[in-house]
Design a binder for this molecule. Structure first.
Ligand code: GDP
Length: 215
């Protein structure tokens, strides 16, 4: 993919601070430190669009980014990314956990342009219980899930495909719904982009899950 532009748009917490509906939207979810910022930066071919940090759980808001791109066939497309706050439930208070859940639930339930959620798991660790819960929850909200199993550069090449199958089995998904990736070494970023664009295309033809009052 040729990225034509990638820009931070705005930050939002509650419904009234979300940007008005624009291009198809794809959200990114993952536990803190899983490599979510690195993934968004790599997809956008930018180093510092999203801050890469080792401090878990610092982002407490939804961050929106607008991306324009040209695909290999020369078609241009616009996608809006939404960076969801990382989770790491064992480390946070019940109040924080409830706030996180309420904010994301509102977004998943009401956000009309949302085409898919990229759920990021660490390919080396495999899906944690929190990861599995989040994937099932996103699906239960009627949203399409794409699993990106990241940091696959740490794993020998021959382990990558078996790990993709294992992760799909654990999360009760088809292997086609799981991509093993490495933002660090730019492994499989194109297949991940293709899935993102397919989801955006599919969403154009299907009615939104959201209610009429949603944005
Ligand atoms: P976030 O908290 O989920 O946004 O995670 P970050 O993108 O800040 O990454 C957390 C840590 O994982 C950083 O030290 C990154 O350098 C590292 N990291 C991210 N992606 C990769 C990857 O593909 N391979 C390797 N080996 N490390 C990565």
């Amino acid at each position: 993919m040729k990225i034509l532009s990638a820009e931070f748009l705005t930050t939002g917490v509650s419904t009234d601070s979300w940007p008005s509906a624009g291009p198809p939207e794809v959200a990114f979810a993952g536990r803190s430190n899983v490599g979510k910022s690195s993934m968004i930066n790599a997809l956008c071919q930018r180093h510092k669009l999203v801050r890469v940090s080792n401090t878990p759980g610092r982002t407490r808001t939804l961050n929106f980014f607008d991306v324009s791109l040209e695909d290999p066939s020369g078609e241009t497309a616009k996608v809006r990314f939404c960076d969801l706050p990382g989770y790491g439930f064992s480390k946070v208070s019940k109040t924080d956990r409830r706030q996180w859940q309420e904010m994301i639930e509102g977004y998943l339930a009401k956000r009309q342009p949302l085409a898919a959620v990229v759920c990021i798991v660490d390919a080396n660790v495999g899906p944690t219980e929190d990861d599995a819960r989040v994937v099932a929850w996103v699906q239960s909200m009627g949203r399409r899930v794409i699993v990106a199993a990241t940091k696959v550069d740490k794993m020998p090449k021959h382990r990558r495909h078996p790990r993709q199958l294992e992760i799909a089995r654990t999360l009760v998904l088809s292997p086609a719904e799981v991509v093993v990736v490495s933002p660090k070494l730019a492994i499989n970023l194109e297949p991940l982009w293709e899935k993102v664009l397919q989801a955006c295309e599919a969403a154009k033809g299907s009615p939104a899950v959201a209610s009429p009052a949603s944005r």
